[in-house]
Design a protein around this ligand. Structure first.
Ligand code: SF4
Length: 245
């Protein structure tokens, strides 16, 4: 009878405590605040309605491209009623450079109609109302709340989700879960600026493919350091300088 070798115990690396995760998350936020003191929403707007429309147009499009289109659009359509009664062909022509222009036109005209029918032509300042509008999901609603109404909101776009996972703040790919899990690590008052900072860092240094780890000021704090090139010269070439608007 053969004796089976006793199983080698598997060593599970110790998980950092909740306190340690919170401390490190807040330290990363402080470093980002120093790195990007001017972080802000890179879409141009002067009212909640303009921001709402610009955010709808920014789906699958750069903020820079949206900002090239919106001056003409905003000069032509000033109120929700203007959008509600807009000529479809005319709107399509203006927003065409932002891509998906038919769907975006449908959303913008529908948005104008919904605002007039249900909210007296004004943009509502509550998440539960904003998400009932055509073309407006949680991400868009949080952008508008945080930047046009001063209500703290976490904007989980592709950059925010990726960086939150790299920092170990969440493992989820679900935007609502990411919003909740990251939100629990920070005071509400930090949510809007935290969103801008992560998005800025994602656009400039912590790219989706090949993050510039060797040129990243957060290298010492980041659990994902090494996901991109660590050689300083190679990494420096990957850094993109803004502005992106
Ligand atoms: S060290 Fe690398 S993965 Fe971590 S934040 Fe910096 S660029 Fe991103």
């Amino acid at each position: 009878m053969t004796t089976l070798p006793s199983a080698t115990p598997v060593r599970v690396p110790p998980q950092p405590s909740r306190t340690a995760v919170v401390r490190r998350a807040r330290r990363i936020n402080r470093e980002l605040a120093e790195l990007y003191p001017d972080a802000h929403c890179e879409l141009d707007f002067t009212s909640p309605l303009e921001l709402l429309v610009a955010t709808i147009l920014s789906a699958q499009c750069t903020d820079k491209r949206v900002n090239q289109v919106t001056p003409v659009l905003f000069a032509r359509y000033r109120t929700a009623a203007d959008y509600a009664s807009a000529d479809r062909d005319e709107v399509e022509k203006i927003v065409m450079p932002t891509g998906f222009f038919r769907a975006k036109t449908t959303s913008i005209i529908g948005l104008g109609q919904a605002l007039c029918e249900r909210f007296g032509g004004e943009v509502p300042g509550k998440l539960k109302d904003l998400v009932t509008l055509p073309g407006v999901g949680r991400k868009t609603a949080n952008v508008v709340l945080g930047n046009a109404f001063g209500v703290p909101g976490i904007t989980v776009d592709t950059h925010f989700g990726r960086l939150a996972r790299r920092f170990g703040w969440t493992t989820s790919g679900d935007a609502v879960k990411v919003e909740q899990e990251v939100g629990s690590l920070f005071p509400r008052s930090e949510w809007t600026m935290l969103s801008h900072r992560l998005i800025w860092h994602g656009r400039r240094i912590c790219h989706s493919r090949r993050p510039a780890c060797g040129a990243c000021p957060l290298a010492a704090l980041c659990p994902a350091y090494g996901e991109g090139p660590t050689d300083p010269v190679v990494a420096a070439r990957l850094v993109k300088s803004g502005p992106f608007s």
